[in-house]
Write a protein that binds this ligand. Structure first.
Ligand code: AMP
Length: 187
């Protein structure tokens, strides 16, 4: 099963993705995590991505799709993956669909974690205190929300026109949201 988590920054995709990954026994594929790891390791990818990420902008579709191609080729990904924050533009939606189609697969379920802007700003401020992510600074967050609205929100309509999107109310406790997600995944 291939599952996609969509939603604004701070919607809880990472937290819920970890839970789903454990529950379904499928690896989580999070481009944000892979990019942060590349920055820490100072790889060529990391050096290219660092300034873009810190500014809160989106890394190029080509780089993202190359990472997804590499991850899907791993044996652990053969039964499916949980895509977390991976599809952020329409070219990425098209590219991921093509990469899965090469393996005779498709995204089986798109889950949209719906959270208000007010809630997001509160959560990111809290996360900044805990994780200290540079891109959780207020100016970067404003850029990330703008990138989300302009480039990622249209992706919802793209999926809506191709099989649909399941909206999950993203406010509440982590357990409550996880239960809503499970009801959508395992009805
Ligand atoms: P995240 O942890 O998912 O919020 O990602 C952190 C940052 O990594 C984003 O603000 C972008 O700069 C970059 N990034 C992660 N995934 C993508 C993607 N699919 N497309 C473009 N940029 C991405």
């Amino acid at each position: 099963m291939d599952l996609l988590l969509l939603g604004p920054p701070g919607a809880g995709k990472g937290t819920q993705g970890v839970r789903l990954s454990a529950r379904l026994g499928l690896p989580k594929l999070a481009t944000g995590d892979l990019l942060r790891e590349a920055v820490t390791q100072r790889t060529q990818l990391g050096l290219k991505a660092q300034a873009i990420m810190e500014a809160g902008a989106l890394v190029s579709d080509d780089l993202i799709l190359a990472m997804v191609r590499e991850e899907l080729a791993k044996p652990a990904a053969r039964r499916g993956v949980i895509l977390d924050g991976v599809v952020r533009t329409i070219p990425q939606a098209e590219g991921v669909a093509a990469l899965l189609a090469e393996r005779g697969r498709q995204i089986d379920l798109v889950l949209f974690l719906d959270v208000s802007d007010e809630e997001i700003l509160g959560r990111i401020a809290k996360r900044r205190g805990i994780e200290g992510r540079v891109d959780d600074a207020p100016e970067s967050v404003a850029r990330r929300l703008k990138a989300y609205r302009e480039q990622t929100a249209p992706v919802l309509a793209w999926y809506q026109a191709r099989g649909g999107v399941t909206r999950i109310e993203g406010t509440g406790t982590v357990d409550e949201i996880a239960a809503r997600i499970l009801r959508a995944v395992e009805p």
